[in-house]
Design a protein around this ligand. Structure first.
Ligand code: GLU
Length: 510
């Protein structure tokens, strides 16, 4: 097998879509698995679609995700420059080579002439309206003009494009590693523009020339590029580069959560989940789109989630850190069918990765939340809170957001619990419990429970009946982390004060 050299080749036309991160990930996994090279090439030849800040955003996103680039923009390497706008001369040379060999030609047609051709063909009810085998000899190009006319036009600076001369009656075949054999008749392909009148190459020319020069072994990209693949094969053939042609693997689409159609930013906005890895402020509209990072997703959880959107290991195992993904990943196990984007699954992965962290690691998140609010908290207490909250959280912020009662005594109380569980009996028990707690400076969760059991036994009331009211008084809520642990953390004097407040302020509803 030749050395694995793969590339992620985004165009800086806006924020990187999450599907782009998946493409980058699959390339990265293959490179790492085979000790190969991961290349980042910026495909910025379409100046009209260039968006300032997009390239930096791509680099930041890959860095955050942990997808390291070995060669390319931001990393350098033997094939620099890796930004296509800086490689204009290279593409020109190759386009001219094809012209010289009769495999491409200059075309001088104006916009009006092209439009007239399309209208004529439409009126003739022709099956195709493309510039190609059937029509090229009726147009103004170097196949129909004399050599002198062409030379004159070029020296006068008449605008021109260079078009590929697609061969007549040929079947173009390629073997996609995911989709199998793809075959297209050359009559389906028009004489694509390779060089535009502004001197810039089109995507097709630049992409193929660079993949060849950069010795790319596998082209792994989204399904939307599958229709372009036969043209790319034709370009390899035109250049005589068949031997060095990369393998192709076109990844399945990412679908809306219900499986109906392609996932779009609009779907994500409507359903309230991110579609970009990092926050992105659209430079034209100033609209801010929240990223996965800012929404609290851990990069390793996101990668695990993305890996499974189109690939599976063939076993039941779902949790794979990056090293395990590298080990298990193969292109053969990528499916053809579109992958439903289920954000709940992403949340599930996030929970799993958070739970795998130690209390010490989790406490850093909590201490950050607290620091922003100017709330002091000892590390020991923060770690205990994390222990109490760890199985309940989806995002790092949840530790504080769902555990505010560790820092503030409640002033509002869950109405439903008040209705159902707050009564004379609970007040009797809670008063007695409060009196016990008041005597103590500290208490363990275990002793908090023993004390409560004793109080209940003395009053001959079942502990189970009392717990909802106790939780209500301590936290204001109907559910939450282990209550005895909560009492240990807030300490008995604070717990007693909260019971006092509740007893005095919550009215009995029945
Ligand atoms: N520049 C293309 C994109 O933005 C790259 C497609 C390819 O990988 O060939 O997706």
């Amino acid at each position: 097998m030749k050395p694995v050299r793969v590339r992620f080749a985004p165009s800086p036309t806006g924020a990187l879509h999450i599907g782009g991160v998946r493409t980058a990930l699959y390339n990265y996994l293959l490179a790492r698995k085979h000790g190969g090279t991961m290349i980042l090439r910026i495909e910025d030849t379409d100046q009209t679609r260039y968006v300032p800040g997009a390239e930096e955003y791509i680099l930041d996103s890959l860095k955050w995700a942990g997808i390291a680039i070995d060669e390319g923009v931001g990393a350098g390497g033997p094939h620099a420059p890796y930004r296509q706008s800086e490689r204009k001369e290279i593409y020109k040379k190759y386009a001219l080579q094809l012209v010289d060999e009769g495999k491409a030609y200059y075309a001088f047609d104006t916009e009006e002439e092209l439009e007239a051709m399309r209208t004529r063909l439409k009126n003739e009810a022709s099956s195709t309206q493309q510039y190609g085998v059937a029509t090229r000899m009726g147009m103004r190009n170097s196949l129909t003009l004399s050599a002198n006319e062409v030379a004159d036009k070029l020296s006068q600076g008449v605008p021109y494009v260079i078009r590929l001369r697609v061969p007549a009656d040929q079947t173009i075949e390629l073997n996609d590693l995911i989709r199998g054999n793809v075959s297209v008749h050359s009559s389906q392909i028009d004489d694509k523009v390779l060089m535009k009148s502004d001197g810039m190459p089109t995507y097709h020319l630049a992409n193929v020339v660079d993949d060849y020069l950069m010795q790319i072994s596998h082209v792994i990209r989204g399904e939307e590029w599958l229709p372009s693949a036969p043209l790319h094969v034709l370009l390899y053939q035109s250049f005589g580069w068949q031997e060095s042609m990369p393998e192709f693997a076109h990844l399945p689409l990412l679908l809306k959560p219900d499986g109906n159609g392609k996932l779009s930013k609009r779907d994500a906005d409507q359903m309230g989940f991110p579609i970009f890895p990092l926050n992105w402020k659209d430079p034209n509209t100033q609209e801010l789109a929240k990223g996965f990072r800012e929404s609290g997703y851990l990069p390793e959880a996101l990668l695990n989630f993305l890996a499974f959107l189109g690939w599976n290991p063939g076993t039941e195992q779902e949790l794979f850190n990056v090293a395990q993904l590298i080990e298990a990943f193969t292109i053969e196990r990528i499916g053809k069918a579109g992958a439903k984007f289920d954000i709940h699954k992403a949340q599930w992965f996030n929970q799993q990765y958070l739970r795998a962290k130690s209390n010490k690691e989790l406490s850093k998140y909590l201490l950050t939340s607290l620091g922003e609010l100017g709330i002091d908290c000892e590390v020991d207490k923060a770690e205990k809170i994390c222990q109490a909250m760890r199985d309940r959280i989806t995002f790092p912020n949840d530790i504080f957001a769902q555990g505010k009662f560790f820092f503030y005594s409640p002033s509002v109380f869950d109405e439903q619990v008040v209705q159902k569980k707050w009564n004379a009996e609970s007040i009797t028990v809670l008063s007695a419990y409060r009196d016990e707690l008041k005597k103590l400076e500290t208490i363990t969760a275990e002793n908090a429970k023993i004390t409560l059991d004793a109080v209940c036994a003395k009053l001959n009331i079942g502990v189970g009946k009392i717990l909802p009211a106790l939780r209500l008084a301590i936290t204001g809520q109907g559910s939450g982390p282990d209550l005895m642990q909560t009492i240990e953390i807030i300490e008995p004097k604070e717990a007693a004060a909260r019971l006092d407040f509740a007893i005095q302020n919550i009215a009995i509803k029945k």
